[in-house]
Design a protein around this ligand. Structure first.
Ligand code: PPS
Length: 305
C-alpha cells in the first residue's frame, strides 16, 4: 500500500486504489488483521465517510445471519461492521451519531451494512429503524422454526452445560403438551407475529426473506437474490463457494481480505443434541399455523411443513 501511495496514480487508477484502501480499512475496523497492516495505512483513514447502514440484516437469531454477512462482504460494493452493534435493541440511548461512528467508511456507490439478529423480535426496533431512515432495506434470514429453536437451545447449552433438557423447557410446567411461548427459543420462531410489527412501518417491498436452508444448499442462488434486492451487480456467484465435507457446510474459497479458503467458526454448524421425535412433532404442530400465516404474508413458501 505504501508503494501505491508514493506512485501518484492517474485518475483512472484512483477508483481501484480507493477500493483496496476500503478493504484494508475493513480489516482494521474488524480488528481481525490489524497486526498485518503497517502503520503507514493511517494516512488513508480519511477516505470515504461513515454513513448509516442502507441495509440491515435484522434476523433471525440462528437463521444463518453470520454466513449471509460473510458472503456479502466478498462484494466490493459492500462494507459491513464485523461485530453486532445491537443499537436498535440495547444501545439506542447512545444516540444515532454513536451508531454512525461504528460504521466502516464507504465510498460513493458502496453500501454500508450491519447485522443484529435480535432486531427482528424487538418491539421498538421497527419504529427506531424507520426513524433513522424509512428507506432502509431489511433482510431476514429465516429457518425452520423447529430447527432454529434447537439451534438456539444448543447455543445456550454450550454456555451453560447444566441447562435442563429441551423437552423440559419447551413445555409449560402445568400441563403436558402445552408449548411454553414465554421461552425465547420458542417465541423467536413465531415469525408472523414479529413481521406484523415491521409491516406497521415498512412496506413488504423493503424486506427480503432469505431461506436459511437454501443458504446452505444453494448459497450462490440465494446470494443472487440478495444482490438483486440490494441493487448490486451479481458479483458473488457459485465460483466463490465450495462445499466442505468435514464442516458439512458451504465455505468461501476467498473470503474478504484473504486469499485462503475459510469456513465459519466452530460455533456455526454445531451438532445438535438428540431431541425425542414426539417433542419435535409437537413443536412442529404448534408452529404450523404461524408458518402458514408467514407464507401468506411474505408470498413465499419456505417448505417447513
Ligand atoms: N456456510 C455456513 N457455515 C456454517 N453455518 C451456517 C452456514 N450457513 C448457514 N449456517 C447456519 O447458521 C447458523 C447460525 O446462525 P447465525 O449466524 O444467524 O447465528 S447467530 O444468531 O448469529 O448466533 C448455524 O446453526 P447451527 O447449525 O445450529 O450451528 C448454521 O446451521
Amino acid at each position: 500500500m505504501t508503494q501505491i501511495a508514493r506512485e501518484l496514480p492517474g485518475s483512472t487508477e484512483l477508483h481501484s486504489i480507493l477500493q483496496q484502501i476500503g478493504h484494508v480499512q475493513q480489516q482494521i475496523s474488524d480488528g481481525e488483521r490489524a497486526q498485518d497492516v503497517d502503520n503507514s495505512i493511517s494516512v488513508f483513514n480519511n477516505f470515504g465517510s461513515k454513513k448509516f447502514p442502507q441495509a440491515i440484516i435484522i434476523g433471525v437469531k440462528k437463521g444463518g445471519t453470520r454466513a449471509l454477512l460473510e458472503f456479502l462482504r466478498i462484494h466490493p460494493d459492500v462494507r459491513a461492521v464485523g461485530a453486532e452493534p445491537h443499537f436498535f435493541d440495547r444501545f439506542y440511548d447512545k444516540g444515532l451519531e454513536w451508531y454512525r461512528n461504528l460504521m466502516p467508511r464507504t465510498l460513493d456507490g458502496q453500501i454500508t451494512m450491519e447485522k443484529t439478529p435480535s432486531y427482528f423480535v424487538t418491539k421498538e426496533a421497527p419504529r427506531r429503524v424507520f426513524g433513522m431512515s424509512r428507506h432502509t432495506k431489511l433482510i431476514v434470514v429465516v429457518r425452520d422454526p423447529v430447527t432454529r429453536a434447537v439451534s438456539d437451545y444448543t447455543q445456550t447449552l454450550s454456555k451453560n452445560p447444566g441447562l435442563p433438557t429441551f423437552q423440559n423447557l419447551v413445555f409449560k410446567n402445568s400441563s403436558r403438551g402445552l408449548i411454553d411461548t414465554s421461552w425465547s427459543a420458542v417465541r423467536i420462531g413465531i415469525y408472523a407475529k414479529h413481521l406484523e410489527n415491521w409491516l406497521q412501518f415498512f412496506p413488504l417491498s423493503r424486506l427480503l426473506f432469505v431461506s436459511g436452508e437454501r443458504l446452505v444448499t444453494d448459497p450462490a442462488g440465494e446470494m443472487g437474490r440478495v444482490q438483486d434486492f440490494l441493487g448490486l451487480k451479481r458479483v458473488i456467484t457459485d465460483k466463490h463457494f465450495y462445499f466442505n465435507q468435514t464442516k458439512g457446510f458451504p465455505c468461501l474459497k476467498k473470503p474478504e481480505g484473504s486469499s485462503r479458503p475459510r469456513c465459519l467458526g466452530k460455533s456455526k454448524g454445531r451438532p445438535h443434541p438428540h431431541i425425542p421425535a414426539e417433542v419435535l412433532l409437537r413443536l412442529r404442530d404448534f408452529y404450523r399455523p404461524f408458518n402458514l400465516k408467514f407464507y401468506q404474508m411474505t408470498g413465499q413458501d419456505f417448505g417447513w411443513d
